[in-house]
Write a protein that binds this ligand. Structure first.
Ligand SMILES: Nc1ncnc2c1ncn2[C@@H]1O[C@H](COP(=O)(O)OP(=O)(O)O)[C@@H](O)[C@H]1O
Ligand SMILES: O=C(O)C[C@@H](O)[C@H](O)C(=O)COP(=O)(O)O
Length: 340
């Protein structure tokens, strides 16, 4: 069953909108951030990680972003170019705004935290003038990352992209992507997240992120209530992630596809969502069934939590498929299909 009708005549597979940043992950991990002394620099930013992931799976990827006009901005643009990602819509800030920096803390395989430096931030300078209709119209889908809604002018740029996507019949993917920084209130979060979610075809988020989105609508929903509500608003696929407990995709025909995580020796607790989104969306673009997309997403997520980086360790399709095959041999099938 296909839930999203991607226009195969469009040359770009996915355009993403949101932050491109840098991760500094500790080399001397299993320590507090205060104690760590040595870090490795990686491209970062959840939507940027997803872009790298889906490009490595062979898709043609574009990006709407503002980056800093300095060496860090050079680093991320060059990294994208080396990954084959189109950078024609990535512009430099002109007033000294800085690229987002994320210092991560890996205390143990289950406990990590991220410290984000986002003052005077470049990515939230994305402007409505940066968003052109032709670029969206040439793409099979657009992914909007929630943090882009945290401040103006990025907020209006994201909403313009959303409007142009609807006008050009371009499927909208909303990766809720909550990061507390730059938001002034939880009501603000709910207002803007729900505007985008109501016009999205696919919504990806953790339970916490749906709770934030639904705060002014109906707080305290179950997953089933959440899925039914967003289906009633037009979403075709609602994915709710629950960390180590796995994830579930709810489709608008009443099907519920749950998957347990592929067992893995985790190193960190972050990065799974980006790997998940990249591989899950790849599967959809390939016309795969939902349970195949879930397997790809969940396997990619497991590989990412087992690795030191997010972007740099995004797996190829062969790596994901080999991992799935080995896991199934040892642990059996991971997917359970049922009715909502
Ligand atoms: N310890 C783990 N082992 C295996 N897979 C994991 C682990 N933690 C997370 N995952 C996978 O990563 C996915 C996304 O993780 P989650 O924490 O829910 O979202 P996010 O990373 O976006 O916050 C999960 O649905 C699961 O498939
Ligand atoms: O999103 C950020 O700005 C930080 C990311 O680069 C970092 O790798 C991370 O936290 C990924 O988070 P997740 O995949 O959503 O768990």
């Amino acid at each position: 069953m296909k839930y999203i009708d991607f226009d195969k005549k469009r040359p770009m597979d996915l355009v993403l909108l949101g932050r491109i940043a840098i991760d500094f992950n500790p080399v001397d991990y299993f320590k507090t951030l205060e104690e760590s002394t040595t870090f490795r620099k990686y491209l970062g930013g959840s939507p940027a990680n997803i872009a790298v992931g889906i490009a490595r799976l062979g898709k043609r990827v574009g990006f709407f972003a503002r980056v800093s006009d300095d060496r860090f901005g050079d680093f991320v643009v060059n990294y994208f170019e080396n990954e084959g990602i189109d950078v024609s819509r990535i512009r430099r800030c002109t007033n000294g705004e800085k690229l987002g920096l994320t210092f991560t803390e890996i205390l143990n395989e289950n406990e990590s935290s991220i410290l984000m430096y986002r003052n005077d931030i470049a990515d939230l300078q994305l402007d409505v003038s940066d968003i052109d209709e032709a670029y969206i119209k040439n793409s099979k889908a657009i992914l909007i990352s929630g943090t882009a809604l945290a401040e103006s002018p990025s907020r209006e740029a994201a909403l313009r992209a959303l409007s142009l996507a609807k006008r050009t019949n371009t499927p909208v993917i909303f990766d809720i992507d909550y990061r507390e920084y730059n938001w002034r209130s939880k009501d603000e979060i709910s207002i803007y997240y729900s505007i985008v979610a109501r016009q999205s075809d696919i919504i990806l988020g953790s339970r916490e992120e749906y709770d934030l989105t639904e705060r002014l609508i109906e707080p305290g929903r179950t997953d089933m209530e959440t899925a039914k509500y967003w289906h009633s608003q037009g979403a075709k696929i609602v994915v709710i992630k629950h960390g180590k407990q796995g994830s579930t995709a709810y489709t608008n025909d009443g099907q519920k596809y749950s998957i347990k995580p592929f067992p893995v020796k985790a190193l960190k607790s972050f990065g799974g969502g980006d790997g998940y989104a990249a591989a899950f969306l790849f599967g959809l673009l390939e016309g795969m069934d939902i349970h195949e997309c879930l397997e790809l997403g969940s396997a990619s997520a497991s590989l990412l939590v087992a690795s030191h980086a997010c972007s740099e360790d995004m797996p190829t399709l062969d790596v994901i498929k080999n991992f799935i095959a080995k896991s199934k041999e040892e642990f059996g099938d991971m997917v359970a299909i049922s009715e909502e």
